[in-house]
Design a binder for this molecule. Structure first.
Ligand SMILES: [Zn+2]
Length: 166
């Protein structure tokens, strides 16, 4: 999968999933549960999040770094949902160390980040909200994401010129 076409495809998948769970802010715990994540625990650890195989086939647990801000934790959970939903769980084990060493992100990791952003901030909903409330802080609050995530998403959606950034 390439970045350009892969990005469009994961966006489509993420938005279809988000649409099943109502409005803004996106009900992430419900989505996590729907994809088989049966436990989300918060603990003191070095990485932002970790996906673990659950006790029954098709179930998963997610560990989230407890010191992170709430919005960051939501993004981390959305990223792990992406791994499960996209079935790129092998890469999580194989490439994590490698990517960390290079200080970069693999294509799989970048696609999971893109999926996470699309899941938390579906394009149609962001478009509507940005038209009504063209303020990045307000939008971040509304979607329960960090301002940085919202800024990046607005750029991806071509809406950044519409919105005031303080
Ligand atoms: Zn990952």
């Amino acid at each position: 999968m390439e970045w350009g076409s892969g990005r469009r495809e994961v966006e489509r998948l993420a938005e279809a999933l988000a649409e099943q769970f109502g409005g803004v802010p996106i009900d992430l715990p419900a989505i996590a549960s729907a994809v088989g994540i049966i436990d989300v625990a918060y603990c003191d650890m070095a990485s932002a999040a970790l996906l673990q195989i659950g006790p029954v086939w098709g179930t998963w647990g997610v560990l989230i770094r407890q010191l992170d801000a709430r919005a960051r934790q939501r993004f981390s959970l959305a990223h792990e949902i992406a791994h499960v939903a996209l079935g790129i769980v092998g890469d999580e084990w194989r490439y994590r160390g490698e990517a960390a060493e290079r200080g970069g992100r693999t294509l799989a990791e970048r696609l999971c980040d893109y999926y996470a952003a699309a899941l938390l901030m579906p394009r149609a909903l962001v478009n509507k909200a940005a038209t009504e409330t063209p303020d990045v802080n307000e939008l971040a609050r509304k979607f329960d994401v960090s301002e940085q995530s919202m800024r990046i998403r607005l750029e991806h959606c071509g809406l950044h010129s519409l919105v005031t950034v303080r």
